[in-house]
Design a protein around this ligand. Structure first.
Ligand SMILES: [Zn+2]
Ligand SMILES: [Zn+2]
Ligand SMILES: [Zn+2]
Length: 165
């Protein structure tokens, strides 16, 4: 959660840096760590205060490179990507984002296969210049499609391991 720029519930001054701030996981009220200073409950809603760290949700695999993650690591060893969500809401947003990226990659692959079919169709019987043009485009895009497949595999693994079925 973005804390910097919000107003402290105690002193009503702006919180300049995320690291100086804390927030209530129940009502989302923000305050300076120094103003809150270890009080057991939230001054706004009265619920038990939980430290921001305890709301973190760690991913079981990296959504960029696919590497399996050890418990409670904040960064992927291989590609340095962030491997945790701030809280449940952030976690859900990440799952939604990866789902839509997987869908985008799938769309690219489907378009590519449509191009292949079109190429074969124009090349059957008598090859035409248009057919050759399609063929050249299809060949030059093959690497790009390979990358799409690779990304889809990583996203698939991420979604299988991090979202409930
Ligand atoms: Zn304050
Ligand atoms: Zn609260
Ligand atoms: Zn990674």
């Amino acid at each position: 959660m973005q804390i910097a720029g919000t107003i402290c519930y105690y002193c009503e001054n702006k919180i300049s840096f995320d690291n100086d701030g804390a927030y209530c996981d129940h009502c989302r009220t923000t305050y300076h760590r120094s103003c809150h200073d270890g009080k057991p409950t939230c001054p706004c809603c009265g619920m038990d205060y939980v430290t921001p760290e305890s709301t973190l949700r760690y991913f079981k695999s990296c959504y960029v490179c696919g590497l399996k993650q050890n418990a409670n690591t904040k960064q992927c060893e291989k590609c340095s990507s962030k491997t945790y969500a701030e809280d449940n809401i952030d976690h859900e947003n990440k799952i939604r984002q990866i789902k839509s990226e997987r869908y985008a990659e799938l769309t690219k692959v489907i378009l590519y296969f449509a191009l292949i079919i079109l190429t074969l169709y124009t090349m059957l019987g008598n090859p035409t210049p248009v057919g050759f043009l399609f063929l050249i485009i299809a060949i030059s895009l093959s690497r790009w499609v390979y990358r799409s497949f690779h990304k889809m595999k990583i996203y698939e693994r991420f979604l299988n391991q991090n979202s409930p079925h």
